[in-house]
Design a protein around this ligand. Sequence first.
Ligand SMILES: Nc1ncnc2c1ncn2[C@@H]1O[C@H](COP(=O)(O)OP(=O)(O)O)[C@@H](O)[C@H]1O
Ligand SMILES: [Mg+2]
Length: 245
Amino acid sequence: MGGTFNSALSARRLARRFHSGASELVIFEDLSLEVARGELVAIVGESGSGKSSLLHLLSGLDRPTAGDVYFEVDGDENEPTASPSRSLASLGEEELARFRNREIGFVWQQHYLLPEFTAMENVMMPLLIAATPRAEARRRAQVWLDKVGLGARLDHRSGELSGGEQQRVALARALVTEPHFLMADEPTGNLDERTGVAVFDLLARLHQQHSLTSIIVTHNHQHAARCDRRLCLHQGRLQEESLHV
Ligand SMILES: Nc1ncnc2c1ncn2[C@@H]1O[C@H](COP(=O)(O)OP(=O)(O)O)[C@@H](O)[C@H]1O
Ligand SMILES: [Mg+2]
């Protein structure tokens, strides 16, 4: 069972249908996807094609109607016999939440920071939730705020930061727990072009430096072109897009 060797993530035959009254909305019927370790993959497609729905399934925020998502994760040193492959369907809600917190950093189009809290407090939050001692959480949040170029803005309330700065804080918050996967849903969608490029540059640099496996939903074809692979979602199917069409 599990993904093919060298695949960090595989989605197998995903279906997602929504019921509303007597009618049924089919987002995908049979969608499969393999992402290699260390890949930076872009997902593009029209509004309403199901990109966010797909990302929610891949990250375990939503459960598919059929099919499953497998993650290859490094074996637990304390449990050498444990299978390194995780099927999301096999995890209960609590295990799934723990897996997500440990393995997946998420960035949304909206930053969802707590506006009354400082940049530092926002970035410390996932560590405090994981019961990291406060001094340690502060030290690690400082390191990540430096990495995203906000080392001098630690004590600013996030509501007082610019849109680009808020997305930098959101990236630091997503990665402060050192997950192996980064998933982002239109992370530059609310930013002007120049700020969007800077935030995408940062994301691509962190992807590289931390050997992440990343899936980025984007409307921006320039950003997509900088990814290792571009997949276009259209009528429930993913198609590889070449750069030279
Ligand atoms: N929870 C839900 N219940 C019913 N329909 C939904 C739900 N989530 C998404 N949809 C529908 O699924 C389709 C795809 O939505 P979405 O994944 O948000 O597309 P995209 O991110 O590509 O714009 C849309 O028609 C949307 O209305
Ligand atoms: Mg969307």
